[in-house]
Design a protein around this ligand. Structure first.
Ligand SMILES: Nc1ncnc2c1ncn2[C@@H]1O[C@H](COP(=O)(O)OP(=O)(O)O)[C@@H](O)[C@H]1O
Ligand code: SF4
Ligand SMILES: [Mg+2]
Length: 324
């Protein structure tokens, strides 16, 4: 079986103007990310705001090319593809955190759903309309909603519409960038359930981006934890949730509530804030905030090590069965 999506050492650097004298600086938003994703699987990408998750998502959906590294979709190297074909663009779709931004306020919901078919396919008008109505129902809305405008819907309904739109071209991969972060807690579970149901029905592979580990806990097959553009931990969700190896993952985990009250957790509070990607710390980029840092950490950068099913980039916990 070909891996559906494979990222090899992806980088994305932005050159931004700094100061009044024409100076500039490079922001390494994504600095060497590798992973693979099989059909029907869910990879969760987790990290605090600013860790490079959305930038990675934009590369995966061909909105921006990588500055370096390779990206394969269905075995095709799309890293330097220029203008991707309609087939390729259809294969990967994105759902954004804020569906207000992605839905045109002056377009009816029906037209918004038909648009991807209109632009990318030769589907006749009647079939487009039927497909849009069927998809509206599939995401839990009603056919008569097709004539209404985005502002007439609640946040949860708008996210249903955005998801429906992303599925019109029958993608193989959906990149969901914080799809429930802007929603009330009460509707989050409903939208997560919908996302889970649709995955089975459409045999979708998901890249699910979130700053909140508790959200991905029940839907992720694999987890990639990012910090300042780098992967600090990557592996099977079960293993990472049972025994996170990187101090950053442990801190993220300790901040999320546990369902089982008998499992008492020690809460790890991270020191300070995430440093600026303009000027990342030397060695292990996490060292200024790490409770386990020792003299080697500011001097050398740890690589991801461990078995393929569970890798972490940390000197203190790289030995198997580390007591830490
Ligand atoms: N177009 C851009 N130009 C300059 N810097 C950017 C751009 N997009 C993102 N960045 C910077 O890259 C870093 C990662 O951003 P982002 O990918 O949005 O992270 P996340 O989604 O994890 O919050 C941030 O420091 C952000 O300011
Ligand atoms: S390498 Fe050092 S600073 Fe980095 S996470 Fe491990 S112990 Fe902490
Ligand atoms: Mg983001």
């Amino acid at each position: 079986m070909t891996t559906l999506l494979q990222a090899i050492d992806l980088h994305r650097t932005y050159r931004v103007a700094r100061g009044m004298f024409g100076g500039h600086a490079d922001v390494r938003a994504v600095a060497g990310i590798s992973f693979s994703l099989n059909p029907g699987e869910t990879l969760a990408i987790v990290g605090e705001s600013g860790s490079g998750k959305s930038t990675l998502g934009r590369m995966l959906t061909l909105i921006e090319p990588p500055s370096d590294g390779h990206l394969f979709i269905d075995g095709i190297d799309v890293s330097n593809i220029g203008r991707p074909s309609k087939e390729l663009r259809s294969a990967v779709q994105m759902v954004f955190q804020n569906p207000y931004g992605s839905l045109n306020p002056r377009q009816t919901i029906g037209a918004a759903l038909e648009e991807p078919l209109l632009v990318n396919t030769a589907t006749p008008a009647r079939e487009r309309r039927d497909a849009a109505l069927a998809m509206l129902e599939r995401v839990g809305l009603r056919q008569e909603h097709a004539g209404r405008y985005p502002h007439m819907f609640s946040g949860g309904q708008r996210q249903r519409i955005a998801i429906a739109r992303s599925l019109m071209l029958r993608p193989k991969i959906l990149v969901l960038d914080e799809p429930v972060s802007a929603l009330d807690v009460s509707v989050r579970a409903q939208i997560l359930n919908l996302i889970t149901e649709l995955q089975g029905e459409f045999n979708l592979a998901y890249v699910f981006i979130s700053h909140d580990l508790s959200v991905v806990r029940h839907i992720a097959d694999r987890v990639l934890v990012m910090y300042l553009g780098r992967a600090v931990e990557y592996g099977a969700a079960e293993q990472i949730f049972a025994a996170p190896r990187h101090p950053y993952s442990r801190a993220l985990m300790s901040a999320t509530p546990v369902a089982d009250p008998r499992r008492v957790k020690e809460r790890i509070v991270l020191k300070g804030e995430m440093p600026s990607p303009f000027n990342p710390p030397s060695g292990c980029v996490f060292h200024p905030r790490c409770p386990l840092a020792f003299e080697r950490c500011p001097q050398e950068r740890p690589e991801l090590t461990g078995e393929a099913g569970h890798m972490a980039a940390c000197f203190a916990t790289e030995a198997a069965n580390s007591p830490l």
